[in-house]
Design a protein around this ligand. Structure first.
Ligand SMILES: [Zn+2]
Length: 274
């Protein structure tokens, strides 16, 4: 074959390979948001109706993008429905409001079980003895591109958006955390000073929560956040979105750092906790 023709075909093939996915994404995002999906959001996402309209519209666009790009699989006999896809996507996309750039670029698959699922892992106890341990999990996030969720827990967390417990917010904050290559409680931030204020606010609050967890003291954030810095960031994210007034009152520095990171202020739509 004439080398110029071969080169021309190669250039066209590369251009098409780059253009087609972008065209499909654009078409998916610009498609009308189905009425049935709005009904799902209104029925299942506790705070959807309270969101300011610009954020609601932004959320719908993000949901369309998420559902176009991510693949859902049912496990444990579960058949995936639109209700599951939209309910999960909506909560995952709450963490992406007012942001630009790729939407969970490393994530490909969301695997959904009907209820908490059992995993068997090699674990070492406090006395140094190793062995297989079986645990029931509500959710799990893998930096290799998948999130696993228990549907009954997802739905309970979505409908009650004020109790500080939300498995989707939790697992997807782990996804954000792992975008820089390590799941360590520090996601990608804008610059050096952001990392400094992030480390200052989160590490001091993490130590406070660890002390409270050891003593069994009361705290706004779930004691599970004292497990390690990554779990602290995930639990702090749940509290930030679901109990923002309490967090702003009692953990002001942490609240401000998270407000800067998530680019929203959930106090604008959340009722003051009693
Ligand atoms: Zn976690």
């Amino acid at each position: 074959m004439n080398p110029w023709i071969f080169l021309g075909i190669t250039v066209v093939a590369i251009a098409l390979a780059l253009w087609i996915p972008r065209y499909r994404l654009k078409r998916a995002v610009e498609a009308p948001f189905p009425d049935e999906w709005v009904e799902i959001l209104e029925a299942n996402i506790g705070i959807y109706r309270s969101l300011p309209m610009p954020l609601r519209l932004q959320l719908r666009k993000l949901i369309k993008q998420f559902l176009h790009q991510k693949h859902f699989t049912g496990a444990g006999g579960l058949e995936i429905t639109d209700e599951m896809r939209v309910t999960i996507a909506a909560q995952a996309c709450m963490l992406q409001l007012n942001r630009k750039g790729a939407l969970y670029p490393r994530l490909r698959y969301i695997i959904v079980y009907p209820a908490p699922f059992i995993v068997s892992r090699e674990e070492t106890d406090s006395s140094g003895v190793s062995g297989k341990a079986r645990r029931g999990l509500l959710g799990e996030s893998w930096s290799s591109g998948k999130v696993i969720l228990a549907w009954d827990t997802v739905l309970r967390g979505a409908r009650n958006f004020v109790d500080g417990q939300n498995v989707v917010l939790h697992e997807f904050s782990h996804q954000l955390d792992s975008e820089d290559g390590s799941t360590d409680g520090a996601p990608l931030l804008a610059g050096e000073s952001s990392y400094r204020s992030w480390a200052k606010a989160l590490s001091s609050e993490y130590r406070v929560l660890q002390r409270k967890a050891r003593r069994g003291g009361r705290s706004l954030m779930d004691h599970y956040g004292a497990t390690n810095p990554a779990e602290f960031f995930a639990v702090a994210t749940e509290t930030f979105f679901e109990k923002p007034h309490g967090m702003a009152d009692r953990h002001a520095e942490l609240f401000e750092v998270l407000r800067g990171y998530y680019r929203v202020d959930p106090r604008d739509w959340q009722p003051r906790e009693t």
